[in-house]
Ligand binder design. Structure first.
Ligand code: ZN
Length: 250
């Protein structure tokens, strides 16, 4: 972390009137979870709907991941964001993650751009199930869960599989929030895919500063006003401590 960049970002956090953050898969990884939206995990929606064997393979793969998801805990990055929100230094949090760890950390409002893995929905009749209900079905040795409502076996989490459009409402909400924010923090998130890839451009066009915090270099780094390379679970608590110092001194 470069000292000058850190100092500048801390000043921006203290001065901003409206701060929006978008988090992504690096936060999940630091809590030991995969990116559940990864196309390597999810089959194409047409194959999933057409093939019982495809669905059985999916549920076999996802069962182990569900067990990890049920036990996963928020890490210091999630906790620092909760504190920033409580201090009035974070107005809105969007996330590409689907693991619910921001909620578990205590965030009051989180908008999940890719929906959630904590629910499963019947794609035939729309009946919802909790992750626990599905796990108990899978643990009985049933390979493909069957809907109690309609008897079909086409249940899936509401995240988008390849071939499905991303959720609309959440992205529209992000566009609305970015229209009058003056600081956008992109934290451990991927900006490679639409619609999220256009959000930094929109924020900058509206006059916001763009700060990227990530372990890895990305396509938007040159476009950002500041980039802090490092694990979000290290960088965010450090920023939080420094912002608090400033507030205590003033
Ligand atoms: Zn159903």
């Amino acid at each position: 972390m470069t000292k000058d960049v850190i100092d500048t970002v801390i000043d921006w956090i203290k001065e901003a009137k409206k701060i929006v953050a978008i988090t992504g898969a690096e936060l999940s990884a630091e809590s030991g979870l995969p990116d559940f939206t990864d196309p390597k995990i999810n089959p194409h929606i047409d194959d999933f709907r057409a093939g019982k064997e495809v669905r059985a393979n999916y549920w076999k793969k996802i069962k182990e991941m569900y067990l990890a998801l049920a036990k996963a805990q928020p890490n210091p990055a999630h906790e620092a964001l909760v504190e920033l929100e409580m201090m009035g230094r974070l107005d809105c949090l969007f996330t590409q993650t689907t693991d619910g760890l921001h909620h578990r950390a205590g965030h009051s409002t989180v908008i999940e751009l890719n929906s959630t893995m904590l629910w499963v929905t019947c794609t035939n009749c729309g009946k919802d199930y909790t992750i626990d209900a599905i796990l108990s079905i899978l643990e009985k040795g049933i390979e493909v869960p069957v809907c109690e409502g309609c008897g079909k076996d086409v249940l899936k989490p509401p995240i988008s599989f390849p071939g499905q459009p991303p959720p609309h409402w959440e992205v529209r909400e992000a566009w609305m929030m970015l229209h009058d924010c003056d600081l956008l923090l992109i934290i451990g998130a991927s900006l490679d895919a639409q619609p999220v890839s256009s959000l930094p451009t929109l924020a900058k066009e509206k006059g916001a500063k763009l700060v990227i915090i990530s372990e890895r270099e990305g396509q938007a780094d040159d476009y950002a006003d500041a980039v802090i390379y490092g694990k979000p679970s290290h960088v965010l608590p450090h920023l939080l401590r420094r912002v608090k110092e400033g507030i205590e001194l003033s």
